[in-house]
Design a protein around this ligand. Sequence first.
Ligand SMILES: NC(=O)c1ccc[n+]([C@@H]2O[C@H](COP(=O)([O-])OP(=O)(O)OC[C@H]3O[C@@H](n4cnc5c(N)ncnc54)[C@H](O)[C@@H]3O)[C@@H](O)[C@H]2O)c1
Length: 271
Amino acid sequence: MAYNLLKGKKGIIFGALDEKSIAWKTAINAYEEGARLILTNAPIALRMGTIHELSRMVGDAPVIGADATSVEDIENLYVAARDHFDGGIDFILHSVGMSPNVRKGRSYGDLNYEWFQKTLDISALSFHKVMQVAEKLDIMNEWGSIVALSYIAAQRTYPYYSDMAQAKAMLESIARSYGYRMAVKNKVRVNTISQSPTVTTAGTGVGGFDVFMDFAEKMSPLGNATAGDCANYCVVMFSDLTRKVTMQNLMHDGGFSSSGMTENMIELLKK
Ligand SMILES: NC(=O)c1ccc[n+]([C@@H]2O[C@H](COP(=O)([O-])OP(=O)(O)OC[C@H]3O[C@@H](n4cnc5c(N)ncnc54)[C@H](O)[C@@H]3O)[C@@H](O)[C@H]2O)c1
């Protein structure tokens, strides 16, 4: 059901790789709510993924390659966006994450530090770059909204999440620090959404993911939030209904983060 929540708004969506991606679902929902979009991903993901299919589903949105760790790529992306929209933008979704250490199965006691820095650059620093370049090029319209996606491993330890936990902690911290700056300068809000485990390429790359999912499902009184649920939340955060929400890490997890124990889990452990 569409409510025209984003009628007349223009946005950039980072990170739609395939139809499972949270960014993919967000693009579709944002388009249905009236937004005009630009889609972007790393050049290699443009070649491997199916983003052009998504583009056709969201009004032939331009697809512009940009490595989120490259300031130059982000500059070129914003220049092209200003040209395409004939003005500034109202929202950005940063749905970007990758850890070479996780991908290559390195244990937390045997991390490759060059890869660790890559993890931080791709998954956290890129968020700062996205906002710093936005500020320098003055691309955000007043009362705009910027959202990045996080995970509760920023606050609590989960086996196998490895250096991504540090990346998410940094990501959330950047949202607070840059959120302050964006609010004062331009009335733009910045938040992270801390999402349940979700079946996507990035998600399933974490060791023991199926068990993670099952555990979270049993520990969440409303059940895990799906990628589609997350897309809905992103749309609300881009809409004018949330203008005074900023510098927050917003838990979107079916109640997981506030549950100490659940009946589902008691039943399971009794067996
Ligand atoms: N899936 C989960 O369980 C889960 C839970 C909480 C948070 N998140 C976060 O949600 C976000 C989106 O992930 P997803 O689950 O939709 O998986 P996904 O694999 O579909 O998306 C990750 C995206 O990051 C992009 N990316 C990687 N390196 C990049 C770079 N250098 N430049 C630009 N883009 C790059 C990938 O191409 C991909 O499109 C990530 O930040 C992830 O950490 C995921």
